[in-house]
Design a protein around this ligand. Structure first.
Ligand SMILES: CC(C)(COP(=O)(O)OP(=O)(O)OC[C@H]1O[C@@H](n2cnc3c(N)ncnc32)[C@H](O)[C@@H]1OP(=O)(O)O)[C@@H](O)C(=O)NCCC(=O)NCCS
Length: 184
């Protein structure tokens, strides 16, 4: 993919060499991964690099790194957006987002980056619909999707297993806004 620049973020396909020890350590931080699938693994630098290498549009997913400009002008990797589960016959896919750098939470980076990534996916991957789900308790996630134009489609009862019990999720989606009608 071509690099995307928003007002404050730089989005580019993540490469194994972008993975730092800071990122691998964050994946082992329960507060960061509490509501993500990453919490089911123990992460080392090599494992995180292998995970990044397993992605790629030809392999069925697109892993985009979210970078911001650091104080010294260098680019700092703070999170990821991943498009996956491409349903080619329906022009649909799934998206997930994580800002793993806790110091950067609440600054609007997730919303800014997701908005641009979704626009890119609709235009370049010619998608009709992008879906996501999140833990109902994860209010900031809900806010991010809402700010990016996703609408609630479903209450997902007992969707996730966490700390010995099943908790509810919320299913959200966005239809390509450039389509005049959802029928192709
Ligand atoms: C969820 C996550 C992506 C949000 O990233 P972020 O960069 O902090 O998000 P933003 O700053 O763009 O937006 C967060 C919004 O949620 C709001 N928010 C935060 N906590 C909230 C709460 N408890 N209740 C309601 N809203 C809340 C913020 O005020 C902000 O809204 P605003 O811009 O209108 O003020 C990030 O915290 C994260 O990656 N967490 C760990 C992994 C995760 O949960 N991923 C999501 C899986 S679906």
């Amino acid at each position: 993919m071509k690099e995307i620049r928003t007002e404050r973020t730089i989005l580019k396909e993540l490469r194994p060499e972008d993975v730092t020890q800071t990122y691998a350590d964050a994946l082992n931080d329960p507060e960061v991964v509490m509501w993500t699938e990453a919490r089911f693994s123990r992460w080392s630098l090599d494992k995180a690099r292998d995970y990044v290498a397993e992605n790629g549009i030809e392999k069925g997913s697109l892993l985009i790194g979210i970078f911001i400009k650091g104080k010294d002008g260098s680019e700092k990797h703070i999170g990821n957006i991943r498009f996956s589960s491409f349903a080619k016959n329906h022009n649909r896919c799934y998206v997930g987002i994580m800002v793993f750098d806790r110091a950067e939470w609440g600054k609007g980076y997730a919303s800014e980056a997701l908005k641009a990534a979704v626009k890119y996916a609709f235009k370049e991957l010619k998608l009709h619909k992008i879906i996501a789900d999140y833990y109902a308790i994860n209010k900031s996630s809900g806010k991010v999707f809402e700010k990016c134009g996703f609408r609630k489609e479903a209450d997902l009862k007992g969707q996730f297993f966490i700390e010995g019990r099943y908790v509810d999720g919320v299913g959200v989606a966005i239809i390509n806004p450039s389509e005049r009608s959802s029928k192709k």
